[in-house]
Design a protein around this ligand. Structure first.
Ligand code: TRP
Length: 351
């Protein structure tokens, strides 16, 4: 019987009951797709912020390789991308001693809870997801059922860690909303089980746009080599790409993303790399050339130390860090998965 009318009071506060983590600090969870090489948008929009959040949160960071399979992949492609992304995360300052850092498929509880989450997700809810509509219409090839149920797996990722806060970009707003709705629905049907997470959108640099098409987000999947700064680009290439960045003809340096997307993107990137404010930085410039040069220099100052660290991380260290992370993640995830199975009331195997 389904009883879903009145939500019962949450056993955990929906906002920030920090007594759940051993440290007493709020739990942060975020996931990133193993898209192979990483670009400046990934770094400024996600990894840089993840690095900073470790100081006052119990952070859990996951490379979501199972989510990557929702679009067709060649055998082996996801593994290569996963290692590349893991290396980039370590080089960006994610510290496996302080945070839990792991690969989604290494912790089977994700797939298991993902299934349970599908049972409390409505077809109609999934049908409203703009990301599904975009991705399924973008290419006329194979559209998997997993692409459709993707948000249920994402909800599982988050709920498995009693997460308080999920730092992800604005493009994930709908997925966060549905994760919250799923948690609330499960709690009201089966009794309080999950913490209802909050969305946190990082401020500057949250959305780095393509340097050639500043109306589009910088993205690896769009073919725009001059518009995308790869974190492995040479200094020469980075300078060239900023020099050629698309601007406009009115000649005034002003922060105005609507009217001046190219210039505003440069100011945003400069602000994110120097911890400044884009509108204030605009006052320092009268011409586009110096803004481009300074932005390129600020990006180089961030990228070069990361490139040095990338080169210093051995495959062995990487595999060790991920194995330790998966162990820590599984311990927490299995506890929450058990809680969910008990709440649903499946007959449990005797141990
Ligand atoms: N959907 C996210 C993206 O495309 C990736 C993701 C999967 C995620 N699971 C998550 C992000 C859980 C935050 C929390 O960027």
């Amino acid at each position: 019987m389904v009883h879903g009318c009145l939500p019962r009071p949450l056993r955990y506060s929906a906002v920030t009951n920090t007594s759940r983590t051993a440290s007493g600090r709020p739990r942060v969870f975020s996931g990133i797709q193993p898209s192979g090489s990483s670009h400046l948008g990934n770094y400024l929009g996600a990894l840089k912020n993840w690095h900073l959040l470790q100081d006052d949160h119990d952070a859990v960071y996951c490379i979501v390789d199972l989510h990557a399979l929702t679009l067709p992949k060649e055998p082996g492609e996801v593994a290569t991308g996963t290692l590349e992304m893991a290396r980039m995360m370590l080089a960006s300052g994610i510290d496996p001693e302080r945070s839990i850092f792991f690969v989604q498929s290494h912790v089977p509880a994700h797939a298991e809870l993902g299934w349970l989450m599908q049972t409390v997700t409505a077809y109609g809810e999934l049908n409203r997801m703009t990301q599904f509509k975009d991705k399924s219409s973008r290419d006329s090839g194979f559209v998997s059922a997993a692409l459709f149920t993707y948000p249920a797996l994402q909800a599982a990722d988050i709920l498995l860690y009693d997460t308080d806060v999920v730092p992800v970009g604005d493009d994930q707003r709908q997925h966060l909303e549905i994760s919250r709705d799923i948690a609330i629905r499960f709690n009201s049907r089966y009794g309080d089980t999950f913490v209802v997470p909050e969305h946190h959108i990082p401020a500057a640099g949250a959305r780095v746009m393509d340097l050639q098409h500043p109306e589009n987000k910088m993205s690896k999947s769009v073919d725009s080599p001059l518009g995308t700064i790869d974190m492995r680009d040479t200094p020469k290439d980075i300078e060239k790409k900023f020099k050629k960045a698309v601007t406009d003809n009115d000649g005034e340096v002003r922060f105005d993303p609507q009217e001046k997307p190219g210039i505003s993107n440069l100011l945003d990137i400069l602000a994110a790399t120097t911890n400044g404010d884009p509108a204030e930085l605009a006052n320092n410039y009268e011409q586009y050339g110096p803004l481009k040069a300074d932005t390129a220099a600020a990006v180089l100052a961030v990228v070069e130390p990361i490139q040095e660290k990338l080169a210093a991380i051995s495959d062995d260290d990487l595999a060790d860090a991920l194995a330790i992370g998966a162990g820590k993640a599984a311990e927490k995830a299995e506890e929450v998965l058990d809680r969910a199975y008990d709440a649903v009331g499946l007959m449990r195997r005797r141990s």
